[in-house]
Design a protein around this ligand. Structure first.
Ligand code: TRP
Length: 466
């Protein structure tokens, strides 16, 4: 039996890693992970593409019925294992008398977070670059053409993308290298409250555009005729991504959660806050979009093309535009940190190397893989290695990495988490770790994680692959 199995039994009260100093620290860090480009960039544009209200309603249902139970499952696995996702799975499987192959679940998480970070960092780099543009007043008096060429010039330039990708990874390493308490915790304690304030200021600003109520109506009036099957499935997929599930991130963060903090309560708080930020981002963005006679369904370019144009042409736009992109960088940064953490935690315990070395080595490796995304956007944009298969036609290497993680690894890991916590672990182990009585609450969690979540995830999985 290897060392970590011997040394870290559940009874062992001194865990190998340090713990969050309080429940608040965990909640801020996990919310920081969940709140990211997914909330501020992706949620508004997929809501726009899918017609608003009805889509939002389905998304909320998915968060409640699938997202929250799986999040509880991931945090539970992390805290019970008290190690990186890989070693935690090894330990827990051994304790339950199950195959050590369950560590593959941990492996997929660590590998998936690694791959996601490689392209997340490139997009985080766009955000950082745009924060710079906004501060320098690049958007003022902009036209649709000038904004369009600003965006395409960025994507067309490997050098620019590389610089901003490097800046973003650098910021991420900087925090992760300092460790759980003086790095992650200190960063989120400053960044998250600032992010909330900035967001509220922006919503206040959106109220002055004269089209605020249209934004509200767009988000909250369900028109079920606009709800396609595709919309339902993308709502479910997004619920997963936005809560940072299926990639070992919540397991890693859970492994630092003090024993006396309630997994149930904290998971609910984190999910509610994540959802609140997505909705507030919608309330900040759509009124500005409508006030400028723009289309909510503009797609991925919504915040990089539509919004700068709007900010460039309304009173106070340069100031609020700068605030907006700074907010975006903060949100992406706290998510980037969480995506590096599972790998660093594993490197630390597996090789016994210091956190500084693990963070730098891990970050460098992510940076290297990020080059694939950087070049896919320009010099390799015609390189579509799987183009001979119909479903991968026209997909660049970047698209393939995105596809592999979002459509395969993420749902698969999520499914395995649901199966492991719902079916493989004993009822009493999960109940004990969740700190629940043998009552309605536990029954509800177990039903959701055993039946509802796996079926939901399987449907998305199969649909996305076909
Ligand atoms: N949840 C983040 C967002 O909404 C992205 C993210 C961070 C993530 N960690 C993750 C997605 C782990 C999947 C898995 O932008």
């Amino acid at each position: 039996m290897s060392n970590y199995l011997k040394n870290n039994s559940i009874e062992d009260s001194a865990p190998a890693h340090s713990l969050w100093s309080s429940r608040l620290a965990f909640v801020l860090a996990a919310t920081g992970s969940a709140v990211g480009l997914g909330n501020i960039w992706k949620f508004p544009y997929i809501t726009g593409e899918n017609g608003g209200g009805a889509f939002v309603l389905v998304y909320l249902l998915c968060v409640a019925a699938i997202g929250i139970p799986i999040m509880m499952g991931e945090v539970l696995l992390g805290r019970r294992g008290r190690q990186s996702p890989i070693n935690s799975m090894l330990l827990l499987a051994a304790q339950e008398g199950k195959s050590p192959r369950w560590k593959l679940l941990g492996w997929m998480g660590v590998a998936g977070a690694f791959i996601i970070l490689s392209f997340y960092s490139v997009i985080g780099g766009w955000a950082t670059c745009y924060a710079g543009y906004a501060v320098l007043g690049e958007f003022s008096g902009a036209t649709a053409d000038s904004i369009g060429s600003l965006f395409s010039a960025l994507l067309a330039s490997p050098v620019k993308l590389l610089i901003w990708h490097t800046v973003f990874i650098g910021l991420t390493i900087l925090v992760v290298a300092r460790g759980v308490r003086s790095g992650l915790e200190r960063a989120v304690k400053f960044l998250m409250p600032t992010l909330f304030v900035l967001l509220l200021v922006l919503v206040g600003y959106a109220m002055t555009t004269g089209r605020f109520l249209d934004g509200v109506a767009f988000l909250f009036t369900p028109d079920f005729s606009k709800l396609t099957t595709g919309a339902v499935l993308s709502a479910m997929g997004h619920a997963f991504f936005t809560l940072s599930l299926g990639m070992g991130v919540m397991m890693a963060y859970g492994s630092y959660l003090p024993q006396d903090c309630s997994i149930v309560k904290t998971s609910i708080i984190v999910s509610v806050m994540d959802t609140a930020v997505a909705l507030l981002a919608g309330l900040a963005i759509f009124p500005i979009v409508f006030a400028n006679g723009m289309e909510p369904g503009a797609g991925p370019g919504l915040i990089f093309q539509t919004l700068p144009l709007a900010f460039g042409n309304i009173p106070g736009g340069s100031f609020f535009g700068a605030l907006f992109f700074i907010l975006l960088v903060f949100a992406a940064w706290t998510s980037g940190i969480s995506l590096l953490e599972p790998l660093v935690e594993w490197l630390e315990e597996h090789r016994g190397i210091s956190r500084l070395t693990s963070a730098v080595a891990g970050g460098l490796a992510v940076w290297l893989l990020g080059l694939v995304t950087v070049f896919s956007l320009n010099v390799w944009s015609d390189f579509t290695p799987l183009g001979m298969f119909a479903s991968f036609e026209g997909k660049t290497l970047f698209d393939l990495l995105d596809y592999l993680t979002a459509n395969i690894m993420l749902p698969l890991t999520g499914l395995l988490v649901a199966i492991f916590t719902g079916w493989v672990m004993s009822r009493s182990s999960t109940r004990e770790e969740l700190g629940l009585e043998n009552g309605y609450g536990f029954w509800l969690w177990r039903t959701l994680v055993r039946y509802v979540a796996p079926v939901g995830v399987l449907i998305v999985f199969v649909y996305n692959l076909s």
